[in-house]
Design a protein around this ligand. Structure first.
Ligand SMILES: Cc1ncc(COP(=O)(O)O)c(C=O)c1O
Length: 489
């Protein structure tokens, strides 16, 4: 039984340390040969980092076909999250999201998916040839950002598309909102639909009872987890956890191997091994402190006045079944400030880097590495920013996107492979889009490849541009031009 495994063990990390101790003479790659060939870098980062930057070999197993220490380490990771099987990922959760979609969807299969899914999900849809059936997330009109999905919309989508192979969930959203994952899993099981969970922002959640529940814990079939974001491991390292005896784990392996490097970094993988141990053994105690700091920071920021540090008070609003308090989002609009502006001032004047800013909010991630001093620095900086730069009542008005579901004319995959041409944004009305336009806020694609571009959408993009919101996705960085399907006439 995986659940009875000894989580104090770190099989991969131990094997790596044993390899280093044995002073092997390396005639294999990487060519820096334990750092000797890159002394300037070794001196700065520390020689050990390069001594354990090695490639696959018998004693260290191989990520492409784990049967040794990597398999032992991934079994421990699966057990820690309550799953049956796990894979290490060295290209972040993006690769896990793509593997999940490709594991369940063949070309032409439907997948129910929130419209605010990360671009890696659109990538998974293009790679698999799946047909996305979008569910519009709820938008909080006060703070201007997308939340989770309401059960009503989930039920309608499931009833209208009972043949969908899977439903995709974000648990939690970037800003911390959580849909009713347990209920969605129940409904999906009744319809024989798989539940695929994007837990890029939820690596820590399964380890403290006061945090929202992890997808695997309530029976989701697969979860892609960015251990590198809030779980403590190194950037790029993630997990794909499987929870379904019916799922062919070898098929999932071959899907991951389609795009995965054959030279995975042992630094990244070993960091997951140690981070998993820390979460499993000390997670609750460590996350208790993280929650204390988050609550302290949130309360103090709200006491300043003018700012709104939102959190569990959003629970019960549409699309917010639960909330991850470690996401400290602060709404700054009522002080006549923009999130982008506050982000810049925090960095340039206070040496503070936030995770994300949008037109109306900033987002600070509170995690295992935070201390009270850093929270106090943030509180004091926000207090001063209010005094020096605040102009209460002069905030920009919130623009919300047209909430109609897009008209999908051809599949994102077919659109991706079609011939395209570039036109001025205004001239694209009535055409089929050849690329995506993403808007922050609210973090929802305005249009994705294969969808009809309407006048309403173009006007929404123009309004966002006028407000200097961040738009992404088109080859043209300013979104004055967009690619549409079809040849030049
Ligand atoms: C919701 C969501 N899913 C997936 C990803 C991709 O995760 P990674 O950066 O680990 O590839 C992100 C990245 O920010 C994300 O926000």
């Amino acid at each position: 039984m995986l659940t009875e495994m000894d989580q104090n063990k770190t099989p991969l990390f131990d094997a790596l340390k044993a390899y280093n101790k044995s002073k092997v003479i390396p005639f294999d790659v990487p060519g820096h040969k334990h750092g000797v060939g890159l002394p300037e870098f070794a001196e700065y980062v520390g020689s050990k980092v390069l001594e354990i930057d090695v490639n696959a070999m018998e004693c260290l197993d191989n990520i492409c076909n784990p049967i040794g220490v990597i398999k032992e380490a991934t079994d421990l990771a699966a057990a820690a999250y309550g799953g049956d099987y796990a894979y290490f990922l060295v290209n972040g959760t993006s690769s896990g999201v793509q593997a999940m979609i490709m594991s369940y969807c063949h070309p032409g299969d439907k997948i129910l998916i929130p419209r605010n899914a990360h671009k890696s999900a659109i990538g998974g849809i293009i790679l698999s040839g799946a047909i996305p059936i979008y569910i519009q997330p709820e938008i909080d009109e006060r703070i201007g950002i997308a939340m989770g999905m309401s059960m009503e919309k989930v039920r309608i989508a499931m009833d209208e598309h009972p043949d969908a192979k899977a439903i995709f969930l974000i648990n939690p959203t970037y800003y911390g909102a959580v849909s009713d994952v347990r209920e969605i899993v129940k409904l999906a099981k009744k319809r024989d639909m798989a539940v695929l969970v994007d837990e890029a922002h939820g690596a820590h959640m399964s380890f403290h009872p006061e945090l929202p529940i992890g997808g695997i814990q309530v029976g989701a079939d697969m979860s892609a987890i960015s251990t590198h974001k809030t779980g403590g491991s190194l950037t790029q390292s993630s997990l794909l956890v499987l929870n379904n005896e019916k799922l062919d784990v070898q098929k999932v392996k071959s899907i991951i191997n389609l795009t995965q490097t054959t030279s995975a970094s042992y630094l990244l993988m070993a960091s997951i091994d140690v981070a998993r141990k820390q979460l499993a053994i000390r997670g609750e105690e460590l996350l208790e402190k993280v929650l204390e700091l988050s609550r302290y920071g949130r309360d103090k920021i709200n006491e300043i006045g003018g700012y709104y540090a939102f959190g569990k008070d959003l629970i019960g609003n549409p699309g917010v079944h639960d909330f991850d308090e470690t996401k400290l989002g602060v709404h700054v609009k009522e002080l006549g400030l923009t999130g982008y502006g506050v982000e810049r001032i925090l960095r340039s004047k206070y040496n503070i880097q936030v995770e994300l800013a949008d037109m109306y909010n900033i987002l600070c991630i509170i995690s295992l590495g935070d201390r009270k001093e850093s929270i106090d620095a943030l509180i004091n900086a926000l207090r001063e920013i209010k005094e020096k730069y605040g102009k209460p009542g002069r905030g920009k008005s919130i623009i919300t996107p047209p909430l109609k579901n897009p008209e999908v004319i051809i599949s994102p995959r077919d659109a991706y492979y079609s011939i395209k041409r570039v036109v001025k944004l205004r001239d694209s009305i009535g055409e089929i889009s050849g690329e995506s336009v993403m808007a922050y806020p609210p973090g929802i694609p305005v249009v994705t490849p294969g969808e009809k571009i309407t006048k309403e959408l173009v006007e929404y993009i123009e309004a966002l541009k006028a407000q200097k919101s961040m738009l992404q996705g088109t080859e043209d960085p300013y979104v004055d031009y967009i690619k549409i399907l079809g040849m030049n006439s």
